[in-house]
Design a protein. Structure first.
Length: 232
């Protein structure tokens, strides 16, 4: 059985209307009722809250977008596809699925039948709640058919998906990949970048550094997986 290690990087919505829509929805706390108090709160807080809510769309697959996908198959080379600001998400997804076609030869039939393909499993950190979900949602929105089964509406996904975060922390609990690597004494190369900086790096046209960061996470996840499965 092949093992596909997976990680994605995402950015906020690139729809020009998104931020304006969020701005219209901003309201002061319910305990502020006087017109002058409402006006003062809006003047002091509306733009800040709008920006905060906008940045959170990077976690929402119905609005945010994927800028990088990193993966490795078994002990093979860690690979990635990425795009710059304004680049095509559809093209990125297509390149990723095309690259994995040789590794998942039976998955197209399994996808058609909505069955489970036993020839591979997906491994990632928080992959059930985030990466698979987001990847599936963006594929549907872009009308790009995956080359392997991304069915993600099962809580545990049986043996088809191995989530390193859930495996270590337990269902409903969390631990970051960085902290888990530290706990397991797994060295992680770092140039000071973290996931919260991806959007700024993309805006600064530092896309190659985002891809490098994504590949490093894939490599780290693979080492964590080996520890969690006693070298499997």
């Amino acid at each position: 059985m092949k093992t596909i290690f997976l990680d994605i990087e995402t950015i906020p919505s690139q729809d020009p209307a998104c931020k304006a829509e969020i701005r219209k929805s901003i309201q002061p706390p319910g305990n502020i009722t006087k017109p002058e108090s409402i006006a003062k709160w809006m003047e002091e807080n509306a733009e800040k809250v709008t920006e905060e809510q906008y940045l959170k769309t990077s976690f929402d697959g119905s609005r945010g977008e994927i800028v990088c996908i990193g993966w490795a198959v078994d002990d093979g080379e860690v690979q990635s596809v990425g795009r710059s600001l304004g680049g095509s998400e559809l093209t990125l997804l297509s390149r990723f699925y095309e690259a994995l076609k040789p590794e998942t030869p039976r998955t197209a039939a399994a996808f058609d039948a909505l069955g489970i393909d036993s020839e591979f499993q997906i491994v990632g950190h928080n992959v059930i709640s985030f990466d698979i979900r987001f990847l599936y949602q963006r594929s549907v929105i872009n009308r790009v058919r995956p080359s392997f089964d991304l069915r993600q509406n099962e809580r545990y996904n049986g043996g088809r998906v191995f989530d390193t975060m859930t495996s270590f922390a337990g269902w409903g609990n969390r631990i970051s990949l960085k902290n888990l690597c530290a706990a397991l004494d797994i060295p992680v190369k770092s140039d000071g970048m973290n996931g919260s900086q991806v959007w700024q790096y993309i805006q600064d046209f530092r896309c190659s550094e985002v891809e490098s960061y994504c590949r490093e996470d894939v490599a780290a996840t693979r080492e964590v997986y080996k520890r969690l499965t006693w070298g499997a």
